[in-house]
Unconditional design. Structure first.
Length: 355
């Protein structure tokens, strides 16, 4: 499709769960007739048929291959567990489909490198759904940084903690199931560090702990960069942390309050020459969801998935093979960092030994 094309992007969904429901609602919230719900697929045909009936998909399939063979699908959205992302991305790309996949893209850097290279070879769009990169607040932060608003940046800190593991279910939190706090939520603060400092740290230092099932339940990592720059992240599945991000420079500080991965405000503090500080907070109103949705959103903040949907639609519509907000090469770099971080904690996935 050309940049000025008004032809709707035809979506196919692999996975018909809660997050898939929320992206459907977000697609319906985009301006104009820019999205068409062409097909959905689940392991159970009945599940897919019910999802299609509820949301208005034209076709429902009981196998993912059938969906990928559908000529009325331009882009495949993958909303399944990340254990199977690699095979499903590969399937979609090999059938000539563009791909938006929920994070993490795959289980490790080896798998990510494979699909990134395949997308390049096939000349197809590929994006990992780190939706934060598409938010208006983050575009504002990037502008501040590019303009040198807070001077030379020396420190980035981010933390995220969501208590979904406890003494009763800890044994069920297993590496064999692809579980892990780093891949699940730690990717958010890590992506803030790479956004500011890039993907070439000199050294990564890590601490953390695994469950009895071998999955990481908490951890922290320090990424040291040249020029006396440092990024620190904390992540845990045991407790609610501050869930904020702070970017500190020689002339000021940028604070992104909780929840930083889907924030609606940014506070900028300037360090003045007289030793005082001047603070200003910018607000970013929440997007108004469509009134034409069949079911409510499942997750807090999912209305803002419309930003991701608009970003993907614009990129594919203009012939781009990636989004500048979060290109596949950055997904690959972060996958390598996550391999190193979880490796230091002692987390090993089955995919790590796959050939």
């Amino acid at each position: 499709m050309g940049a000025d094309s008004q032809v709707p992007l035809r979506w196919g969904f692999i996975g018909c769960g809660k997050i898939a429901n929320d992206l459907v609602n977000a697609l319906k919230g985009m301006a104009g007739e820019t999205a068409r719900l062409s097909a959905c697929a689940a392991r159970s045909l009945e599940t897919a048929q019910q999802f299609a009936k509820t949301h208005g998909f034209a076709h429902a399939y009981g196998s993912y291959e059938e969906l990928c063979e559908d000529r009325d699908v331009d882009v495949v959205y993958i909303a399944t567990i990340h254990l199977v992302h690699f095979e499903q991305i590969t399937l979609a790309l090999n059938h000539g489909k563009h791909v938006l996949v929920e994070k993490p893209m795959t289980m490790n850097a080896k798998q990510t490198a494979s699909v990134v290279e395949l997308a390049k070879t096939k000349k197809l769009f590929l994006m990992e759904g780190v939706w934060t990169r598409c938010f208006p607040f983050l575009k504002f932060v990037r502008q501040l940084l590019s303009e040198g608003n807070i001077g030379d940046v020396h420190h980035v800190h981010g933390d995220i903690g969501i208590p979904y593991v406890n003494s009763k279910n800890e044994a069920n939190f297993r590496s064999s199931s692809g579980d892990g706090a780093l891949l699940g939520i730690g990717i958010y603060p890590l992506s803030f560090v790479t956004m500011v400092f890039g993907t070439k740290p000199l050294k990564i230092t890590t601490t953390g702990k695994t469950s009895s099932g071998g999955a990481d339940i908490y951890g922290s990592a320090t990424l040291e960069y040249s020029g006396n720059r440092i990024g620190t992240i904390n992540f845990t599945a045991l407790a609610t942390l501050g869930n904020s991000v702070t970017i500190t420079g020689s002339k000021g500080r940028i604070c992104i309050p909780a929840p930083a991965h889907c924030a609606t405000e940014v506070t900028v503090t300037q360090f003045l020459e007289d030793g005082t500080q001047q603070t200003k907070t910018m607000q970013f109103p929440w997007p108004t969801p469509s009134t034409n949705i069949a079911t409510p959103f499942n997750y807090p903040g999912s209305e803002a998935l419309v930003y991701e949907a608009e970003t993907v639609t614009k990129a594919i519509g203009s012939g781009q093979l990636q989004c500048e907000e979060y290109p596949p090469e950055e997904s690959l770099a972060i996958a390598k960092f996550m391999d190193e971080i979880r490796g230091a904690i002692g987390v090993v996935y089955a995919a790590d030994s796959a050939h």
